[in-house]
Design a protein around this ligand. Structure first.
Ligand code: BGC
Length: 476
């Protein structure tokens, strides 16, 4: 038993991935509604139009959470349900607010602690149209702060807030590779707009400032009366040197994490971008004004960690191309000695390696002064799962093993390494819209039958977490 008594565990989801009901109760469109309509962007030509139909099935979802013993649930709000166009002078949609207020009440009634993500990639389309959305350094942070204030005021019962989910993905996948909405890239065969060498760094900066603004608003005007905590969720993979004997590969391992995580975490904990990034990107990385730095530095009550996989890292020599976002290195699944990082899954980027999780927890804990950490996402897809017969899908031993190994690695990071971990949320409560991969890639502990009224079938993994955490959490 090594996890603290009040350790929270449960599941995570995101609004656009599960809600559906895109026109219900006055919701405005988000950039993902628009992106999904562009031919070739989503693998199975799908969208979040129906998804898991969770907007209309809140009771069913809460019953599911209860039946598997979850203590907490992390979900995100659809900004364009609450402010359909998005901006601080635009109309507020009371029906959208009421929906989430009731959902939180119902969760609490079921004894499930809510953790709310304010932004999980579904920016109101209105803001992208009006001023270029995340690219706008002045307007975007102000509009985000306003939206956050509306929500803090409406849902005082929520005590755990996450501003942004994975700003790395919004910046790099949204504005460098164009793989995610709004699909900007320098590759003109994919998009008419975009500058992969500059836009992602601007977007990342604006997201940090918007985070800082929302946190200041929360701490000044809500936290003193309603309590609670707020932080950001960052994603990053673990790294191993491709050749452990080569100091340049060892160094590249840190650089890879700096380009993924410290890009955001260093400004939050230290008030500046990592030296490795400044060195490679020069003045393409925006400079913090004094006001911006004051907003961003010290703006985490906790560190939200999303983590899935690991890579071998091989350094590159020479000047990297302008659109490089990795830090002049290669990510590989095999080491120089031929060791494999982990078995294949359905996701091209994901191979389980639980030891990497423990290593990265230690890396973060050491660099950022032992912050309070919540693992806000961790999970896996399964090679070929979508094509298996239902009976086989429900016996997802691979996923059961993944959670077992990752939870044990995490428990060791706490009991043997002294990492301050407070919670763990498995991704995901149910199969859902896996962004550009559509519905073919499944991450759920619950199977969703999209062809038959979104019926839910808990897989073996859904029931495996309660005994797993019961065995790891101290009783008193
Ligand atoms: C995201 C989720 C996504 C999951 C699996 C995370 O990066 O936050 O929205 O579904 O990874 O790809």
């Amino acid at each position: 038993m090594s996890l603290p008594k009040d350790f929270l565990w449960g599941f995570a989801t995101a609004s656009y991935q599960i809600e559906g009901a895109v026109d219900a109760d006055g919701r405005g469109p988000s950039i993902w509604d628009t992106f999904c309509k562009i031919p070739g962007k989503i693998a199975d030509k799908s969208s979040g139009v129906t998804a898991c139909d969770s907007y209309k099935r809140t009771k069913e979802d809460i019953d599911l959470l209860k039946s598997v013993g979850a203590k907490c649930y992390r979900f995100s709000l659809s900004w364009s349900r609450i402010i359909p166009i998005g901006g601080r002078n635009d109309p507020i949609n009371q029906k959208g607010i009421d929906h989430y207020v009731k959902f939180v009440d119902d969760l609490l009634e079921a004894d499930i602690t809510p953790l709310i993500t304010l932004y999980h990639w579904d920016l109101p389309e209105g803001l992208d149209k009006r001023y270029g959305g995340l690219l706008n350094r002045t307007e975007f942070p102000l509009d985000f702060e306003h939206y956050a204030r509306v929500v803090f005021k409406a849902i005082p019962k929520c005590k755990h807030w996450i501003t942004f989910n994975e700003p790395w993905c919004s910046s790099i996948l949204g504005y460098n590779s164009g793989y995610f909405a709004p699909g900007h890239t320098s590759d003109r065969s994919k998009s008419a707009v975009g500058d992969s060498a500059r836009e992602p760094w601007i977007v990342g900066h604006n997201l940090l400032v918007a985070h800082g603004r929302a946190v200041k608003a929360f701490r000044d005007d809500f936290k003193p009366t309603q309590g609670g905590e707020i932080g950001i969720t960052l994603n990053g993979d673990a790294t191993y040197p491709w050749d452990p004997e080569d100091p340049a590969d060892v160094e590249a391992c840190d650089r890879k994490i700096e380009f993924a995580i410290s890009w955001f975490a260093d400004p939050i904990y230290f008030g500046k971008y990592p030296d490795s990034m400044l060195k490679q990107l020069g003045n393409r990385l925006p400079t913090f004004t004094d006001e911006e730095r004051a907003l961003v530095q010290g703006s985490n009550d906790f560190y939200g960690m999303n983590h899935y996989t690991a890579n071998y890292i091989k350094h590159k020599t020479g000047t990297p191309p302008e659109d490089d976002f990795l830090g002049n290195l290669e990510t590989l699944f095999y080491s120089k000695a031929g060791e494999c990082i982990g078995p294949e899954t359905q996701s091209f980027w994901l191979r389980p390696n639980a030891q990497g999780f423990r290593n990265l927890l230690n890396w973060l804990s050491n660099r950022y002064g032992r912050p309070k950490i919540y693992v806000t996402e961790n999970g896996t897809s399964l090679k070929g799962e979508n094509d298996m017969p239902l009976e086989q899908i429900l016996e997802d031993d691979f996923r059961v093993q993944y959670f077992h190994d990752y939870a044990h690695a995490m428990a060791k990071a706490v009991s043997e390494d002294g990492v301050d971990l407070r919670g763990y949320m498995a991704w995901s409560l149910m199969d859902n819209f896996e962004w550009a991969e559509g519905y073919e890639t499944r991450f759920g502990v619950t199977y969703v039958d999209y062809a038959n009224d979104q019926k839910r079938y808990p897989k073996k993994s859904a029931r495996s977490l309660k005994p797993l955490f019961d065995s790891l959490i101290k009783k008193d």
